[in-house]
Design a protein around this ligand. Sequence first.
Ligand code: HEM
Ligand SMILES: [Cu+2]
Length: 488
Amino acid sequence: MTQTWNTSEPVTPEVRTYAAVTGVVLLLLMFFGVLLRMTQGQWLGIGPDLFYQIMTAHGIGMVAIVTLGGMAVIWHFMGRYLALHRAAAIANLVLFLVGVVMVLASIFLGGYAAAWTMLYPLSSHSLQVWSDLAASGYLVGVLLVGVGMLVFYLEIARAIATQYEGGFKAALGWKRLRTGNKEDAPPPPIIAGAVCTIGNLVGTLFGAVILVMMLIHVFLPQFAFSALLAKNFIFLFGHVVINVAIYMAVVAVYEILPRYTGRPWGVYPAFILAWNATLLMVLTVYPHHLLMDFAMPDWMAFWGQIISYASALPVFAVTLVGTLANVHRSGMRWDLASGLLVLSIFGWSAGIVPAVLDGTIAINQVMHNTQWVPGHFHTYLLLGVVPMLLAFMTWIGNQGRAGQFGAVRGGTFWLYAVAGLGFTMAFLFAGSAGVPRRYAVHLAQWVGYDRVASVFALLVLLAAALIILPAVVRIATRGRTVAAAAAR
Ligand code: HEM
Ligand SMILES: [Cu+2]
């Protein structure tokens, strides 16, 4: 494969803004997470009402902000092949910020606290804990973020269809499979970006439909519908959006690591098949969230279990093999950005194991709604997707040059990795001891896990701040171009 790297490429103001906003909001929401864990550990006296408000903000906020961070990554790297209209990125950011303000106001002023999964009919029937205004403010806020996402992905879809030679078929790699011609292989940001675009367009549409239905229900309670249908839509939406966030962020691995190793990322048939299979599976695997819902058709539960096994593997396998092949004996320079990218592959793989276990019906019967669940998803989010985003921020902040992995940065890196692992392991251990998730008040025998986790959480927050704050300052002050070839 012939590919030449530009020696320097612009980082647009919108990408820099997305990255900086992502960094700052991540820190704020991690701080919220620390408050939750310390409350469970009885080190903080936050009452249950406020606990559930903070938990709702932490959950929905994290899902939204890693999506924004992933969008920065694909917008930047897809922009090397497509002329994308910056107005779409700006509109998305504005809708995002307005939506987030509405969500935060509904939560912290209006008392809304139905968790980020907002399961119907809960958003409205709050037993006076929050008003209809707060419920509708939350739903409209999330809807606005979703509308922004639609604008963003429709712009990418338009660009693929009209500018990329061969349109979506070529972008998804079908042309390469048909002709067998290596020149027809789409570059990694194009194939991954195309899959994410289709996935999130479908996922967000389902989300928008259910949000509107729930909104109507707030004001017209006689407009009622099946709670099971609502749960299906919500989890289709939720599963797709959080997984697509990972699939967007992984483009940072495909694009940045090669600039350290001097070897382009290979797009071979297995890679193409893996991404196409992922598109089908990410849209259909969500019944693994409904394994306890006995009213679901059995075949859907079985499908959810089987596809859970299958869906974790393809993209992860080609990414792992690709990373090893790319890094092995390349003489790569280790610095904060390249280290975080390798860490992210480790975290992603480590998180898949407990996730697949939980997607097994027999195990889910026991582990469902224990802290095993936040245990597995924090592993691939905190140690997978977040390091990908931190690497992207660090890399554009460094203007694409390899930095130094001196004592301070090296120490910060290891602090993040070790504390992150300790934090997620505490969830997993607590889960396997039967500690339920989403409880504000813990029994005395659970508090030990909570306190160990709280210490690790504080250390993660510290390390994240030491990585994010310098990167954001650099992005704001320099970061206008990245000099890609200078990495070696
Ligand atoms: C310092 C880092 C973090 C800390 C201390 C933290 C802490 C927590 C705690 C204590 C909970 C509630 C656990 C329970 O159910 O008992 C939670 C839930 C959650 N966290 Fe985190 N977290 C952190 C980072 C992240 C990251 C990076 C993400 C995503 C990118 C994330 C996404 C979520 C989600 C989606 C929930 C579920 C909320 C719900 O059940 O409605 N967290 N977190
Ligand atoms: Cu899922």
